[in-house]
Design a protein around this ligand. Structure first.
Ligand code: UD1
Ligand code: CA
Length: 471
């Protein structure tokens, strides 16, 4: 049983209750736009195409969404956008997509504001459709208010119709089996049914759900795939619902990490807004936020309250509390057994070798530190190349910016930079050299030399401090 799948994502609605200037489907969950979650899930189904129906904020939505690269051996679906203006209902929305669909396939209808449907669930729905049935994703809801009800001839009898809440009579409103908004339908049949929709109902909208009664009239089998997990069909209409689904999503990720062996101090106090890959025996303390792509090697420990984005941290490195790491596009890499923090700040292009130590209030940007180099307190390393075993003193900085251009500082192996030094780039400190505390270094220094560049200490013997005059 194999047929091409074309996914239609409805994303034209306004999302009034978000009370936001941003189109609803671009609000973020786990660091990704709501509609991006839907597209990413569709891509896992080896769909042939994804057609997104846009309306409110169409340009912004169209500019923001992408198809992720498909896994090996799976074709990447094409992504197309279709405008729906004005928005006259879900049936009208899918009518706009119809010209982009091909009759040999199955159309899977999804909503851009329902982010957490599992690919397995959608695959089961497609299997049930099998290229010939109308398959509806359904759910039992204790409080079905607002949803379309699945009307059957009798309990567990064949599906007869979906009746929208606003059109339902008392008996129908008592039905707790609801339509999730997700269906799989043979495209050749859908096309005929879409042409028959009208807007004679309580909301004067073209309801996609009316295809059910056409299917019944035409003798097409209608089947409902009932799931128990409401999170999979929950939509986002308000900031409260967005926050609720964010928690559900984070719980899902935290559980998956723990099942892999990651030890989380508290799964409720973890936020992953991107992709977190962990080796064996990784430990993560409370209130950490991971963004973009983060890779933690075997035995890595992350202390409480760290924010880590776009970084690769090698085996057995330890990140102490309150450390901020942001690799952006350049990335940050941290070598085996390194010790970072507390209160360290690593910026794009920080490349730290094995067993490097970066202590409190030390900032590193676009700099490469070789194995066992140390900057333990209150320092800045920007655009620097630092050799092995260098010790970089408290309060020292690289003056890398002359107001117009950035320049590099090279500190060769085994150099000892004293406290409170300024290394004015471009400058090279020769291997094994020492820079005396408080020096401002503007010229290259020779290997092995002690370089001191500060006012000479003077002593005035028995100097009398001024005393306050009597009035
Ligand atoms: C729809 C279903 C209802 C189901 C519910 C599940 C219909 C008629 N009703 O109702 O049976 O229980 O979803 O959540 O389909 N959209 C457009 N263009 C439009 C209208 C809507 O793109 O003209 C988009 C919205 O942005 C949204 C999705 O379609 O992403 C669903 O629309 P919404 O208005 O939320 O449908 P409901 O009335 O909740
Ligand atoms: Ca809705």
């Amino acid at each position: 049983m194999s047929f091409p799948v074309d996914v239609v994502v409805m994303a034209a609605g306004k999302g009034t209750r978000m009370k936001s200037l941003r189109p609803k489907v671009l609000h973020r969950l786990g660091g990704r736009a709501l509609a991006q979650h839907v597209i990413d899930t569709a891509a896992q189904l080896s769909a042939r195409s994804v057609v997104v129906i846009t309306g409110h904020g169409a340009e912004q939505v169209e500019a923001s969404l992408v198809v992720p690269p498909a896994p090996d051996g799976v074709a990447t679906p094409t992504l197309r956008f279709v405008r729906q203006e004005p928005q006259l209902g879900t049936g009208h929305a899918v009518q706009q997509a119809a010209p982009a669909l091909t009759d040999d396939g199955v159309t899977l209808v999804l909503s851009g504001d329902v982010p957490l449907t599992r690919a397995e669930t959608l695959q089961a729905l497609l299997d049930l459709c099998a290229g010939e049935r109308l398959a509806l994703l359904a759910l039992d809801m204790p409080d079905p208010t607002g949803y379309g009800r699945i009307v059957r001839a009798h309990a567990d009898g064949p599906v007869q119709a979906i009746v929208e809440h606003k059109d339902a009579n008392e008996a129908q409103r008592a039905i707790t089996e609801i339509y999730s908004g997700i269906m799989a339908v043979p495209t050749r049949l859908l096309r005929g049914w879409l042409a028959r929709l009208d807007n004679r109902n309580a909301q004067n909208e073209y309801y996609l759900t009316d295809v059910v009664k056409f299917a019944v009239a035409d003798g097409t089998e209608v089947v409902a795939h009932r799931i128990a997990d409401a999170v999979q069909v929950a939509g986002v209409n308000s900031p409260v619902q967005l926050a609720e689904l964010e928690r559900a999503y984070q719980q899902r990720l935290a559980r998956a990490l723990m099942e892999q062996g990651v030890r989380l101090a508290d799964p409720a106090r973890l936020d992953v807004r991107g992709e977190l890959m962990c080796g064996q025996d990784v430990e993560i303390d409370v209130n950490c936020v991971f963004e973009g792509r983060v890779k933690l090697g075997d035995g890595v420990r992350i202390g409480a309250n760290c924010v880590i984005a776009n970084a690769a941290i090698d085996a057995n490195a330890v990140i102490l509390p309150f450390t901020h790491i942001e690799g952006e596009t350049l990335g940050v890499s941290i070598g085996r057994g390194a010790l970072i923090g507390p209160f360290a700040r690593l910026r794009p292009g920080a490349q730290l070798g094995e067993e490097v130590h970066i202590g409190n209030f030390v900032e590193v940007k676009n700099s490469k530190l070789a194995a066992r180099a140390k900057a333990n307190h209150l320092a800045y390393l920007g655009d620097a190349t630092v050799g092995e075993r260098v010790n970089y003193g408290a309060g020292s900085i690289t003056a890398n910016y002359d107001g117009a251009n950035k320049h590099r500082t090279v500190i060769e192996a085994d150099v000892h930079v004293g406290s409170n030094c300024v290394l004015v780039a471009p400058v090279t400190i020769g291997a094994g050299g020492t820079v005396g505390a408080g020096s401002t270094i503007t010229k290259n220094t020779a290997p092995g030399a002690l370089s001191v560049a500060r006012g000479k200490q003077v002593a005035l013997e028995n100097w009398q401090r001024p005393v306050k005059k009597k009035p």
